[in-house]
Design a protein around this ligand. Structure first.
Ligand code: NAP
Length: 251
């Protein structure tokens, strides 16, 4: 099997797995944070867990860029910059600031595997298997709209994660009702922002790999946002009634 055949088979399996996992995650939440179970095996600190989980995505992209023949393409450099804006933060800045609970090693390992596959699929596409993106692509409406959506999502995600972070002092592990920003409208605006980022990436790269990543983000974070929302409503009798789970006024 040549690499292109392998690539398409992997992408198809990855898309299929998102469709399979989506309904399951409405019944079983990934066992970290407020859903950590007792039988989850060894744990690592939240900081170590996030680095282990996200570093592969931050490293895969520059590696695939470096071994490609597009290292002098401005468009390729812009794609690399967008990806790294998100993943350098998620892998190396977010973990240093989090006050999260220890994370099961199995969750960190599963996340790392996801990021290896997803990093490969996206990096290999934009730097090697796609038709070369010419300089004019940067003025294409799909790219421009995608970048706007990506940055809107990035801002919402950062703002929302910062609001959560401020709810805990050093050493605290309890939960409070978050207020401010898009928490006015939904229980998990950080997830909404994350999903928007990858929809923006899919538009800006106009790629099958980007589309599957956006699908995966929704399949993973949509059910988790729903679970968070139910948990908040069960836990806090005074939880704001008008809040939805993920999409303002809708869901
Ligand atoms: N692309 C993807 O598929 C993907 C997958 C997973 C996560 N992410 C991103 O990674 C980031 C973190 O994800 P997450 O699942 O850990 O998000 P989360 O459940 O919203 O928690 C984020 C952080 O805030 C804390 N926290 C949450 N609710 C709180 C509350 N009511 N009071 C006090 N502290 C609270 C959590 O602590 P505990 O850990 O102790 O609960 C955790 O440290 C998000 O930006 C998310 O979008 C992306």
């Amino acid at each position: 099997m040549n690499e292109r055949t392998f690539y398409w088979a992997l992408l198809a399996a990855f898309a299929l797995s998102a469709l399979v996992v989506f309904p399951i995650l409405f019944f079983v939440s990934a066992p970290y944070g407020r859903y950590e179970g007792k039988r989850v095996g060894p744990k690592v600190s939240s900081r170590v867990g996030w680095i282990l989980m996200e570093a592969p995505a931050a490293l895969a992209m520059p590696l695939l860029f470096a071994i490609s023949d597009r290292t002098s393409s401005v468009t390729a450099i812009v794609f690399l910059a967008l990806w790294e804006l998100h993943y350098l933060n998620r892998a190396f800045v977010y973990p240093l600031r989090t006050h999260g609970r220890p994370m099961p090693l199995v969750v960190a390992a599963g996340g790392a595997l996801f990021n290896v596959v997803n990093g490969y699929l996206n990096g290999r596409w934009v730097f090697t298997f796609s038709e070369p993106y010419e300089l004019g692509w940067l003025a294409d409406p799909r790219f421009v709209l995608g970048v706007v959506v990506f940055f809107a999502g990035f801002f919402i995600n950062q703002q929302s994660d910062a609001i959560l972070r401020r709810l805990r002092g050093p050493g605290e592990t309890g939960y409070k009702i978050p207020y401010g920003g898009l928490y006015r409208w939904v229980s998990s605006p950080n997830y909404l922002g994350e999903i928007l980022e990858w929809i923006g990436w899919a538009l800006a790269t106009w790629s099958p790999a980007g589309a599957v990543f956006a699908l995966w983000s929704f399949a993973n974070l949509g059910p988790r946002a729903w679970a968070h929302h139910q948990w908040y409503r069960r836990t806090f009798p005074d939880y704001p009634r008008e809040r939805r789970a993920l999409v303002p006024f809708v869901f």
